[in-house]
Design a protein around this ligand. Structure first.
Ligand code: 3PG
Length: 248
């Protein structure tokens, strides 16, 4: 029931520099801003008109929604933000260079930290420059919910309440819903939607800035498994680039 559009934020400054980002609040690069505009134009050209937007509390997703909506002439839409749509907290890897980490710890450990379903990176110390402890935007979060690291299973667990409580009701009301979020929070959502098993999800990557459209049935399951990218060729190339991060 309803149409769901998923949009990963455009390239961020730290994506461009090859750094693990997680909950660090970095901005879009100029390439990322252009990707967001292109994402909005793709929506417009496909005649897809979201009625409502859900995004994280991180600047790269918020700005992507803003730029894309502006390009689609939908800048006036209501937007809801939640920490539950944030990127996966990357623990002590936040701020670290992906290629260097891969060299230092080896391919296997690197991939376990990036893509295993249930092994989180080591936790970040509260006094680390890239810790979010004390960040005002999380002041209302019960302390036991504030992550110091997360694996994808943790993201599924904290994202799903938002899916059921905030996004599904919009879909049930017949709205077209745009979710502008992050590589791993969207992987968590796609895992749920498509019923992907814990091992197979390791091979799924989400490209930046290309809308992925899901037509949902009455049980809020995709009519077309995997959904449809509005620019499939660009998506395939960008997916390959995400996969190869850290291999420079
Ligand atoms: O947080 C990050 O570093 C990226 O946005 C996602 O990174 P990944 O593709 O290495 O998980």
């Amino acid at each position: 029931m309803g149409t769901l559009v998923l949009l990963r934020h455009g390239e961020s400054v730290w994506n461009a520099e090859g750094l693990f980002t997680g909950w660090v609040d970095v901005d879009l690069s100029t390439t990322g801003e252009e990707e967001a505009r292109k994402g909005g134009r793709l929506l417009h050209d496909a005649d897809l008109r979201p009625d409502i937007v859900h995004t994280s509390v991180l600047r790269r997703a918020i700005r992507t929604a803003d730029i894309a909506l502006n390009a689609a002439d939908l800048h006036w839409l209501p937007v809801h933000r939640s920490w539950r749509l944030n990127e996966r907290h990357y623990g002590a890897l936040q701020g670290k260079d992906k290629a260097q980490t891969r060299k230092e710890y080896g391919d296997d450990q690197f991939m376990v930290w990036r893509r295993s379903y249930d092994t989180p990176p080591p936790p970040i110390a509260d006094d680390d420059t890239y810790s979010q402890v004390g960040d005002r935007r999380y002041a209302d979060l019960p302390p036991e919910l504030m992550p110091r690291t997360e694996c994808l299973a943790d993201v599924v667990e904290r994202m799903l309440p938002y899916w059921y409580d905030s996004i599904v009701p919009d879909l049930a009301a017949g709205r077209t819903v745009l979710v502008t979020a992050h590589g791993n929070s969207l992987r968590a959502l796609v895992k749920h939607l498509d019923g992907i098993d814990d091992a197979t999800i390791a091979g799924l990557n989400i490209p930046t800035g290309i809308p992925l459209v899901y037509d949902l049935d009455d049980a809020f399951r995709p009519r077309t498994p995997g959904g449809t990218y509005l620019d499939p060729d660009a998506a395939a190339a960008a997916i390959e680039a995400v996969k190869n991060q850290g291999k420079k």
